[in-house]
Design a protein around this ligand. Structure first.
Ligand code: ATP
Ligand code: MG
Ligand code: FE
Length: 334
């Protein structure tokens, strides 16, 4: 079984080809970051136009890389949502056209299911499992009892972790996307600035990052007013420590509460060095099987969509030519 997958939910035009759900034959990502940088964030219309320009080129590149013809493929998987509607539509329509032209079944995939399934390219999944999803638009703890079923047991009440990183980075005058820059700066500083940690109610597995974001912005402004100097690397380290502490502790609590076998990290912020290290330390010698994907499978890519698409294909999930991009697609309804 060979799946070609298409991902265009945000600002990466990505196509991958995966054999039997786990063997990566091609993984092409055309990033648009350079085009969005000068606006300080993703501009939806600009994203859509880039996807239109890139999608057929990237599909051809993936087939060339894998040394395959469309006739060698078993199915086409595509991100149905969530994401930017105009961006999603380019991928969905390309997938429909490709599937129709080559007589292939079409398999719709949820973007966050994709992020989770990036882990299956690293290691076979064992259930029940817990996944911590930390991305530009999501911060969730998801419980899976079996392939393809998702239960959200905790989620952010305001900003996503990646969003908080990007907003704090903007305050520190760093280019978009700020997450990687803060991460790098944090390695050089000391977490010596007192910032809040949103634990919420004692039993809650939810998250909140807007208070922390405001606290960082206030710290910067107050220091400027008083003429004090704050080392940006210390602020980055302090912010990162605050985010990571809460993410790691709530993930551990959830793993313990739901007696899972495996813990998977997923989403763009999973590329964060501080988070990866802290999770490894917290889960060391605990009996939980912690899986952390390599960096190129954390941020948006189509390999993860192919991995999730393979499982969906085996389960019989199909879409017809009426498939649409769904910006607010629900993970639990999958
Ligand atoms: P979603 O997956 O929720 O729809 P998205 O697809 O836009 O959102 P991803 O591509 O999964 O998000 O992740 C992008 C986010 O990850 C950005 O906010 C970016 O700043 C953040 N990010 C990437 N690398 C790092 C890092 N090393 N440290 C912190 N954040 C990071
Ligand atoms: Mg992105
Ligand atoms: Fe994503």
């Amino acid at each position: 079984e060979i799946i070609l997958a298409i991902e265009t939910s945000c600002d990466e035009t990505a196509v991958a080809i995966v054999k039997n759900g786990t063997e990566l034959l091609a993984n092409i990502v055309a990033s648009q970051i350079e085009s969005h940088k000068r606006f300080g964030g993703v501009v939806p219309e600009v994203a859509s136009r880039h996807h239109v320009e890139q999608i057929t080129i990237v599909i051809d590149e993936a087939l060339n890389k894998a040394e395959l013809e469309p006739a060698d493929l078993t199915a086409v998987a595509v991100t149905e949502g969530p994401g930017l509607v105009g961006a999603l539509l380019i991928g969905v329509n390309a997938a429909k056209a490709f599937a129709f032209a080559h007589g292939l079944p079409l398999v719709p995939v949820h973007h966050i299911a994709g992020h989770i399934y990036a882990n299956r390219l690293v290691k076979e999944m064992t259930f029940p499992l817990l996944s911590l999803i930390v991305s530009g638009g999501h911060t969730e703890l998801v419980l899976m009892e079996e392939h393809g079923t998702f239960k959200v047991i905790g989620e952010t009440r305001d900003d996503a972790a990646g969003e908080a990183y990007d907003k704090v980075a903007r305050t520190l005058n760093m280019p978009y996307p700020g997450g990687p820059h803060i991460d790098k700066l944090a390695q050089e500083g000391e977490p010596n600035i007192d910032l809040p940690r949103a634990w919420l109610e004692p039993e809650s597995l939810d998250f909140s990052f807007s208070g922390l974001k405001s606290a960082v912005i206030n710290t910067v402004h107050n220091a400027a007013q008083r003429g004090e100097v704050i080392k940006p690397e210390d602020l980055a380290a302090s912010f990162q420590a605050s985010v990571v502490d809460v993410l790691v502790e709530k993930t551990y609590r959830a793993a313990d509460q739901y007696k899972v076998k495996q813990v998977l990290l997923a989403g763009g912020v999973a590329a964060n060095k501080g988070l990866r290290k802290a999770l490894e330390e917290r889960f060391k010698n605990t009996g939980y099987d912690l899986v952390i994907p390599p960096l190129h499978l954390c941020t948006d890519n189509a390999a993860m969509i192919a991995a999730a698409g393979s499982v969906a294909y085996q389960k019989g999930t199909r879409a017809d030519m009426a498939l649409n991009g769904v910006p607010g697609l629900d993970l639990e309804a999958q």
